[in-house]
Ligand binder design. Structure first.
Ligand code: ATR
Length: 282
């Protein structure tokens, strides 16, 4: 059987953990397939899709193409269409279908880390960019009761809340400025789970995007970044259950793997590869 070809397409994409994670998964189940990374700048996406993209059986799409890819697709899964974001594409003959597995990855990782179901829970979401947007749409689709969006730029949080309101008229969505301490205390009190989806924490000297005084043992903290950020250190000191983004990466990848292959993903192998790779960069 011909070798199946998969890839991640993004810019930049050099540090992606998806190639080792998926290659280990293919090896584990004995599938003749390879997964590689393509660094494709925004103005190269069109020529990529007309060229090398045509040889792929499936691919992941990451920053900055999660919205732009939709114009090359023949079909989009309902959840991905609602969120306007695609991270996984599957080819069937000449047709491309897009999916979004990021939200599934987040939900599954939260269930796994904290033993809680997202339905009927209120989420405090830090950030209003692409990652926060995908999370907010997914959580409300999965029947979360509220999404309380805290962002440095209040206007961006408000715009997201307005969009959520149109799509989920029965859910509660609210925007709060990250510098409004009083409002932060109120939403922190109401939240069942905190999800960190800003880019603060990617750099070693980044401060935490959330005041440590508002953390508490009954507010689990899910950090989308893969490493121990200042927020995670603060959560530990406050005795709050806490998890980094490894589980989300693994579960979004596992779902993509299942979409492509129709086989159960070897989740523990994938997690081990990611954790080993992260150990190597410390
Ligand atoms: P992503 O796709 O990873 O979500 P993004 O769309 O660029 O990336 O969004 C980045 C998020 O991190 C935004 O919520 C951004 O806040 P603003 O909307 O105010 O820009 C947040 N962010 C980035 N740098 C930040 C900083 N230094 N302080 C606070 N928030 C920051």
């Amino acid at each position: 059987m011909a070798m199946k070809k998969y890839a991640i397409i993004g810019h930049p994409v050099g540090h992606s953990l998806s190639p080792p994670m998926h290659n280990a998964a293919f090896a584990e189940i004995g599938l003749a397939a390879e997964y590689r990374a393509f660094d494709v700048a925004p103005d190269e996406l069109s020529s990529f899709m007309d060229g090398p993209g045509k040889t792929l059986d499936g691919f992941n799409i990451t920053v900055p193409h999660k919205g732009a890819i939709t114009r090359y697709l023949d079909e989009i899964d309902e959840r991905a269409a609602v969120a306007g974001s695609v991270n996984t594409v599957k080819r069937h003959r000449d047709r491309l279908k897009g999916f979004s597995t990021d939200g599934y990855g987040l939900e599954k990782a939260i269930e796994e880390a904290f033993g809680l179901n997202v339905a009927s829970k209120a989420f405090l979401l830090l950030g209003a960019g692409g990652a926060a947007r995908a999370a907010a749409f997914h959580l409300l689709t999965s029947s979360a009761s509220a999404v309380l969006i805290v962002n440095r730029t209040l206007g961006k949080a408000k715009a997201l809340v307005e969009e959520l309101g149109k799509n989920f008229p029965d859910a509660h969505a609210e925007a709060v400025s990250a510098s409004d301490r009083e409002a932060l205390a109120v939403v922190a009190e109401r939240a069942d789970v905190l999800v960190q989806s800003t880019s603060l924490g990617l750099r070693e000297d980044d401060p935490s995007p959330f005041p440590k005084e508002l953390l508490r043992p009954t507010l689990p903290v899910f950090e989308m970044i893969y490493k121990k950020t200042r927020l995670l250190e603060d959560a530990e000191k406050a005795d709050a259950p806490a998890a980094n983004g490894v589980g989300m990466l693994v579960h979004q990848g596992a779902k993509a793997f299942e979409i492509w292959t129709g086989e159960n993903a070897p989740v523990e192998t994938m997690r081990r590869v990611v954790e080993t790779a992260l150990e190597g960069v410390k």
